[in-house]
Design a protein around this ligand. Structure first.
Ligand SMILES: Cc1cc2nc3c(=O)[nH]c(=O)nc-3n(C[C@H](O)[C@H](O)[C@H](O)COP(=O)(O)OP(=O)(O)OC[C@H]3O[C@@H](n4cnc5c(N)ncnc54)[C@H](O)[C@@H]3O)c2cc1C
Length: 433
């Protein structure tokens, strides 16, 4: 029995030639494509699922957490807010349509149901071979090549940046372990006037049978064990962030399958727990689960600068800022079980001011014509636990989309961009320190 089969070399048709190719339609990739197209660049967004929004929509997210001010994030909120909810509450179905409207209005092209699977590399002006020219995709149409002047990897895991040869490490610096995965789900039939909504690991409620978080640790199937519940904009519907799968790698299909099975098996016991112990949830029922298990953390790429937890704690304002007024805490879920990791800091996060992210975090080492946006940018494990939230990822997409469009206008690579010119464009778009 052979261990390896050989795939014959083949010629792949070029299905499109554009200025800017954006991979992944989550908050970061969506924003990058819209902003690049608005600046007149011929832009194409490639997304493996059938909808835009990534974790915000197909991941069934409850709300935009943390904050940035100005820019495309606030534009998304203004357009997508559901009348029944708070400004940051997400109605995933509504958001899917609004994001699609915004993308089509921007003039960007879109390939849904298309997986970016290999980079197309070539010699650039320096002849060093480390220039990305586009990607090969796999879809119902077969294998196709998409060529571009600048490629933006916003796949969350950096699938193409990794294969193009950008150096990276996974997870935390000490042992490579990554944050747990969660299959988000919603329950219906909740009496929301009576219900309690613990929104963080340190939020607890005394319920008739005791402390709700302690009851969770005692009765939920490990590694589930915490109770995180969020109001939605729909009557009687609550979003639950309570399934949990640890020691799994989101860049490995075997592990993803394991996490899907583990989380799905927890759904029944969690709903039974809510009915038994949680006020207002006595008659709740499972309404829907996300299209796929949510992956918090995988690859951290090496960029020209690596954002650290110290930068965030000092609310540092970099000269080459590209994202501004970013604020959240160190949301590190327990890597070995339920609840918050000992290194996580939620309620008692000491810094109230926002930080900036320098443009250099989006410019990867070793590969030209490539930019990173979203949770896969260059940062430490702890810094990532903060900037991974969707408002910050959306404004990263804005910065990177505008940067890519400027590079195309000027005929330069992203590494050569004068950041002052990018900052002028961003200021006009409402982003400033
Ligand atoms: C369970 C969970 C709960 C969270 N809770 C919150 C919260 O309450 N609030 C908050 O603000 N943030 C939350 N986050 C964090 C946040 O959702 C993510 O960090 C954020 O969505 C990252 O944005 P992104 O655009 O980088 O990636 P994603 O949102 O993951 O989007 C990546 C997109 O790329 C597509 N893609 C991936 N690979 C390929 C490929 N090879 N080819 C084509 N397409 C591809 C995916 O289908 C997806 O649409 C949560 C995350 C998880 C996992």
């Amino acid at each position: 029995m052979e261990d390896i089969v050989e795939e014959p070399a083949r010629k792949i048709p070029v299905a499109a030639r554009v200025d800017i190719l954006v991979l992944g339609g989550g908050p970061a990739g969506f924003a990058a494509a819209v902003c690049a197209a608005r600046m007149g660049a011929r832009t194409l967004l490639v997304e493996q699922t059938g909808a835009l929004g990534g974790m915000a929509t197909t991941g069934l997210m409850s709300h935009w957490t943390g904050s940035t001010r100005g820019g495309i994030y606030e534009e998304i909120l203004d357009r997508s807010r559901d009348p029944g909810g708070e400004r940051q509450t997400i109605n995933p179905e509504r958001l899917k349509t609004i994001l699609l409207d915004m993308l089509l209005e921007s003039g960007s092209a879109l390939h849904l149901h298309t997986l970016a699977c290999e980079p197309v590399m070539g010699a650039g002006k320096t002849g060093d071979g480390d220039h990305i020219r586009g990607v090969i995709t796999e879809s119902k149409s077969g294998r196709e090549a998409l060529l571009a002047r600048v490629v933006i990897d916003a796949t969350g895991d950096g699938d193409i940046a990794a294969k193009a040869g950008v150096p990276y490490r996974k997870g935390r610096e000490t042992d490579g372990k990554m944050q747990p995965m969660t299959l988000m789900f919603k329950v219906g039939g909740v009496d929301t006037a009576k219900a309690v909504f613990p929104g963080g690991f340190e939020d607890d409620y005394e319920v008739p049978k005791g402390s709700l978080q302690q009851l969770g640790r005692k009765h939920l199937p490990p590694p589930a064990g915490h109770v995180l519940l969020y109001r939605s904009s729909l009557p009687g519907v609550v979003t639950c962030n309570m399934t949990n799968s640890i020691a799994v790698d989101g860049t490995n299909a075997v592990d993803l399958t394991k996490a899907e099975i583990e989380c799905r098996k927890q759904l029944g016991p969690i709903v039974a727990f809510l009915r038994e112990y949680t006020p207002g949830f006595e008659n709740c029922h499972l309404l829907e689960s996300a299209d796929y298990v949510g992956v918090r953390e995988t690859r951290h790429f090496e960029g020209e600068y690596t954002l650290t937890e110290k930068d965030i704690l000092e609310a540092r304002v970099f000269d080459d800022w590209a994202v501004t007024k970013a604020h959240f805490n160190f949301d590190i879920h327990n890597l070995a079980g339920s609840g918050l990791d000992p290194t996580g800091v939620q309620k008692h996060f000491p810094q109230q001011n926002g930080y900036t992210i320098p443009y250099r975090c989006f410019v990867p080492m070793k590969v030209e014509n490539l930019l990173l946006a979203g949770r896969n940018i260059s940062g430490t494990h702890a810094a990532h636990s903060n900037y991974r939230v969707m408002p910050i990822c959306a404004n990263m997409g804005q910065a990177v989309g505008c940067a890519a469009a400027l590079c195309v206008q000027k005929g330069i690579t992203p590494r050569k961009l004068d950041v002052a010119e990018l900052q002028e464009v961003l200021r006009r778009g409402g982003v400033m320190p």
